[in-house]
Design a protein around this ligand. Structure first.
Ligand code: DX5
Ligand code: ZN
Length: 217
């Protein structure tokens, strides 16, 4: 897979998730934001909803855990059948062990970094991972302004990932729109989360295709 567009359900209608997923048929996967009122000052949904989503769609489920104690909770999301499970490294006490547990359960193991968290301390861990998520806003809410200052970190992460020679996705999340996606693609991202840009559009599926062509340009 090259460019991947992942609409975030955070900006969808939570009372109609099945029809919201159906409205983005061109998407490569569905991004699901799990928040616990502790790691971030917001609350969304948890394992029971992810289990129901698994039954409701064959689309790739890209789970973004913005929770404390991911070492304790993340493996269940892989067991629920999510193709990709991403934890925040700031919250994990044993990221290598957790990544191995996610892989052992058949998921791509993802590691997310808040804007203030540098990538360099984790350079030696990258071979244990299948996805690196560089947050381009402070995690917690949709509709925030894209942080341009994250572009150098994105470029640096791309260099480190290329040096591993492994198939590791480089994902960006926060403020991704038709105006900002090309900058992220140019800096090396290949996986793009978009919430308000997609579900706030008059035609969400057309916006998925617009984002894909802007990222490929
Ligand atoms: C925010 C979430 C994002 C959110 C992005 O912390 O991780 O996935 O849905 O929303 P937009 O695309 O509106 O910035
Ligand atoms: Zn997210």
């Amino acid at each position: 897979m090259g460019i991947k567009i992942m609409p975030s359900l955070l900006s969808a209608d939570f009372a109609n998730l099945q029809s919201e997923i159906a409205a983005v048929g061109s998407a490569d996967g569905i991004h699901v934001d799990v928040m616990d009122y502790r790691f971030v000052p917001n609350l969304t949904l948890g394992l029971p909803v992810v289990e129901s989503l698994r039954k409701a769609t064959d689309k790739l489920l890209d789970i973004h855990l913005m929770i404390e104690e991911p070492d304790r909770w993340a493996p269940s999301y892989a067991e629920a059948g999510a193709e990709s499970v991403t934890f925040h490294v700031e919250a994990s006490s044993a990221p290598v062990r957790l990544a191995r547990e996610l892989r052992a359960r058949g998921a791509r193991a993802g590691m997310a970094l808040r804007p203030a968290t540098p990538i360099e301390p984790y350079a030696d861990l990258l071979g244990e991972l299948d996805l690196i998520l560089i947050m381009t806003v402070e995690p917690g809410f949709g509709g925030q302004k894209f942080l341009d200052v994250m572009l150098p970190k994105l470029r640096r992460t791309r260099e480190l990932l290329d040096a591993t020679g492994a198939d590791i996705w480089l994902e960006v999340d926060g403020g991704i729109s038709a105006d900002t996606i090309a900058r992220c693609a140019e800096a090396g991202a290949d996986t793009f989360v978009a919430g308000s840009a997609v579900f706030g559009a008059d035609d969400p599926d057309a916006m998925v295709n617009t984002l894909r062509s802007e990222a490929s340009a």
